[in-house]
Ligand binder design. Structure first.
Ligand SMILES: *[C@@H]1O[C@H](CO)[C@@H](O)[C@H](O)[C@H]1NC(C)=O
Ligand SMILES: *[C@@H]1O[C@H](CO)[C@@H](O)[C@H](O)[C@H]1NC(C)=O
Ligand SMILES: *[C@@H]1O[C@H](CO)[C@@H](O)[C@H](O)[C@H]1NC(C)=O
Length: 502
């Protein structure tokens, strides 16, 4: 069974209720809450504003529209009771936004929500022209449009975003050396260029490394095999042969000799062994232990190593030579390690880095680490369909990810390549009250607003290539289907300790 190491961020979402002291005329008495625009106060999930005067129905409609809000609409008995209660402590008689489109039709809510609740006596079922409804503490009361009542204008406050399901504080690629999960072929050079001491050095190096792994084919286990190669290639230990410390201590690498170490052949053989380990999601690695020299021709080996890397594999080289770096050409970038007293620690670190990768079908955002090894800072899954922001974020959370975030120019630039040219796409930034919050939980302040943005009242943000490699960020509504846009989910790579969605 896989042990899931998903670290939930430690902050819980508190209930969003805030007790506001409201006088009999509905004025708040506590300070402004930054969840609401100026002019509104926060009350039980709603940003609320009251008209200073009593108004006709159309006056109330205009007043609320002028401040970008609506009178409440009623969709259930719970809503009805809630607003009737509000009539008790907010304003004793206030307009609802129900209007009458045509005699005998159901009333219509001006906020475009459906008339899906008709009231306890079916009050909203068949309307009368020029009659609307007010809310009193007893419930619906019909009144003519010209009657004067207070306007209560509201807009809902989204609850604060849920924290991301995976901890991305550590910039991904965590290394638990006891949980490295790789399929590895160790290929020991035993050609003429290698002395007896060299062969025994690399044998003991292989043995020390194997002792550090949890061997096996389960999650967080490494599956290993050993080849010896000179002019030819010989299988020393196949996958599954090494199961105990005793097996490790009995590894004996036969010396094959031959003037030219056959890199081509050994990489081919290792590749085909690795292709049939049966662990599809596990990354494949070839570790070549050799002593580089200017007299060896690496050309064919390099092209084979490249082919293997192109299929997603990683080539590590352990080089006994002090003054040559010729094995660099064979290894994946940053994975040529010199045989030294630190070789086991250095190799384990390299195995951890090799273990950090994106699953097939995901686009890695590769950033070289201090060893110049390309590591994915997130894996990106481009959404199949366009979506409104809130749906995009829901889809991403299903994959334990979130709508992509951008905290620097390099990432901004990378994202251009994920989407068709000039296609607007969501970014994981949303305004809650007066505060912008990133979907990854970060409070990074990097922004790239296009001129005139952000726009108050439009809480979501899309990025769009403007000209050349320039992009800008634009405000947009979060739930308006005319803003169904491209999006991509940012997911945690597999690493030593995390094997993806459980
Ligand atoms: C509400 O206001 C009244 C009168 O100003 C005060 O006595 C009461 O303590 C306040 N309640 C809260 C919850 O602040
Ligand atoms: C107003 O409400 C009362 C009581 O529900 C009802 O009898 C009357 O028909 C309504 N008038 C109009 C014009 O809808
Ligand atoms: C490292 O991995 C091992 C084996 O899967 C596990 O038992 C251990 O709890 C992990 N350690 C940490 C710090 O996650």
């Amino acid at each position: 069974m896989r042990v899931c190491l998903i670290l939930l961020l430690a902050f819980a979402i508190g209930e969003e209720r805030n007790i506001v002291n409201i006088s009999s005329h509905g004025r708040e008495q506590t300070g402004d809450d930054n969840r609401c625009r100026s002019g509104f106060f926060y009350r039980e999930g709603w940003c609320t504003a009251l008209s200073p005067k009593f108004l006709s129905f159309s006056g109330a409609v205009d007043y609320c529209a002028g401040i970008g809000a609506y009178s409440p609409s009623i969709h259930s008995k719970v809503d009805l009771d809630y607003w009737a209660g509000s009539a008790f402590d907010l304003s004793p008689r206030f307009w609802l936004d129900a209007s009458c489109p045509e005699e005998g039709e159901p009333n219509q809510w001006r906020d475009k929500t459906p008339t899906d609740y008709m009231g306890p006596l079916g009050e909203l079922q068949m309307c009368t022209p020029n009659y609307g409804f007010i809310m009193s503490s007893k419930g619906f009361v019909n009144e003519t449009y010209s009657d004067m009542n207070q306007a209560v204008c509201v807009y809902p406050v989204d609850p604060m975003p849920e924290p991301p399901l995976i901890n991305v504080d550590d910039q991904y690629c965590q290394c638990n050396k006891s949980a490295i999960e790789l399929d590895i072929v160790f290929a020991a050079d035993t050609s003429e260029g290698m002395s007896g001491t060299d062969v025994s050095d690399i044998t003991s190096t292989i043995q020390s490394m194997l002792c550090s792994f949890a061997l096996g084919i389960g999650a967080h286990q490494s599956n290993v095999a050993v080849l010896s190669f000179g002019n030819e290639v010989k299988l020393v230990k196949n996958f599954g042969d090494i199961n105990s410390n005793d097996d490790i201590s009995k590894i004996n690498v036969p010396v094959l000799g031959g003037e030219n170490p056959n890199f081509e052949e050994v990489i081919d053989q290792a590749s085909s062994m690795l292709a049939s380990t049966g662990r599809k999601l596990t990354r494949k690695a070839i570790v070549i232990l050799s002593k580089s020299s200017s007299s060896i021709d690496y050309t064919n080996g390099i092209s084979r190593a490249q082919q293997f890397q192109n299929t997603g594999g990683v080539v590590l080289t352990l080089d006994l030579a002090i003054n040559s770096n010729a094995l660099n050409g064979l290894s994946s970038r940053g994975y040529n390690i010199k045989l030294s007293s630190n070789v086991v620690a250095d190799s384990l670190e390299a195995f951890c880095d090799a273990n950090c990768f994106c699953q097939d079908g995901l686009v890695p955002y590769l950033v070289p680490n201090e060893k110049d090894r390309d590591l994915p800072m997130g894996c990106y899954k481009v959404g199949q369909k366009v979506a409104i922001f809130d749906d995009a974020q829901k889809e991403c959370r299903k994959l334990k990810g979130f709508v992509i975030t951008i905290h620097d120019d390099a990432k901004n630039f990378f994202l251009i390549s994920l989407f068709p040219p000039k296609a607007p796409h969501w970014i994981g930034l949303k305004e809650y009250g007066s505060e912008f919050v990133w979907t990854d939980g970060s409070n990074d302040g990097y922004t790239w607003w296009a001129p005139g943005n952000p726009v108050k009242g439009l809480a979501c943000v899309y990025a769009q290539q403007t000209s050349g490699f320039n992009t800008g960020w634009f405000s947009a509504p979060c739930k308006d289907y005319t803003y169904s846009l491209n999006y991509a989910c940012q997911l945690r790579p597999f690493d030593a300790g995390y094997s993806g969605i459980q």
